[in-house]
Write a protein that binds this ligand. Sequence first.
Ligand code: ADP
Length: 373
Amino acid sequence: MTRHKLELIGLRKEYDDGNVVAVDGIDLAVESGETIALLGPSGCGKSTTLNMIVGLEEPTGGDIHIDGKSVVGRPPGKRNIGLVFQDYAVFTHMTVAKNLSFGLEVSGLPRSEINRRVGEAAELLGLTDLLQEKATRLGGSQLQRVAIGRTLVTKPAILLLDEPLSNLEAEARQAMRNELRRLQNEIGLTIVYVTHDQTEALSLANRIAVMSAGKIRQFDASGTVYNEPAHTFVASFLGSPAMNLVRGELRRDGQALAFKSGALTVPLPARFDAMAPADQAPVTLGIRPENLRIGQPGDSGLISTVSVVEPRGPEAALTVEAANTDFAVVVPSAARPEPGEEVSLQFPEDSLVLFSGETDRNLALPHNVEEAA
Ligand code: ADP
């Protein structure tokens, strides 16, 4: 059996005698050297999960393994986990050097080893020239680098980052993202990154666990989570604008397969035949705004009207109404129509995604076929 760096097994946390289920039985395996993101909206259970991994909260069910051994019940200081959160928690009256060495001095490590580790961390984080500066003189991203450095000197098995960039300005955030990416490459640390920001998750994580209501809805490579969402929640949480989702039903007419919702009919390709449930079964059709195509009114596709045009620099986000349904469409700015213009709306077959109307799960994914049957 392969040993995971970190494994959450049926992890559960209830508050108020079970009236609040903050984390609802999650399973997650993180491999050594991998960066994963826990991504989800506020209140979905990210911090509670993190606090249980660190040891600040004890689970009410399930288990947490680090290097194959349970750490439940072990105090936070004995789990070999580094935690960095958005408020830095840097001692501003101390120098950068003191901030980096403080934790190690408390642990009684020899001076020579402390100096070696501090020098190494400072070098790695570009803090060498700032070692004698008081932390009060530092800016947001420098403080955050000190906070990360202070954790790295303890040589944690796993680094947990809780919304580490949310107090930074946009420019500093971009710089820190690059910095974190460099750190991943240089030291191959195992990182669990908690964020509500999809851009951060998509740009930093090898794999993303998308959470809602205490559950992991999908845990997959970043590209897969974006292109093949396992659940309508994942489809609607990622992307800007998010994936178009239309509730309707499936229609089977001999060999022909179609999606129908009121006046809207979209022919479906043959690949849905094997996975799709019976005639008139409730389904949700999904398509990303950047995958919809608009053409001239005479072209193939649905006759529709552009109601909103939002310029976004190189591209434009449109709202297009077809058969009483609003679709978000993203087009290159050069191809941007005017509000009120009539266009044809085309649904490229390869980009269509079909979800069960009952379970909200992607019908193309194997385990969902059984569930839908
Ligand atoms: P996130 O970090 O994703 O914003 P949290 O883990 O903080 O989510 O919270 C998940 C859910 O658990 C929320 O509904 C929150 O209100 C609830 N919760 C968190 N901590 C407590 C607590 N100490 N007592 C009761 N409910 C809590």
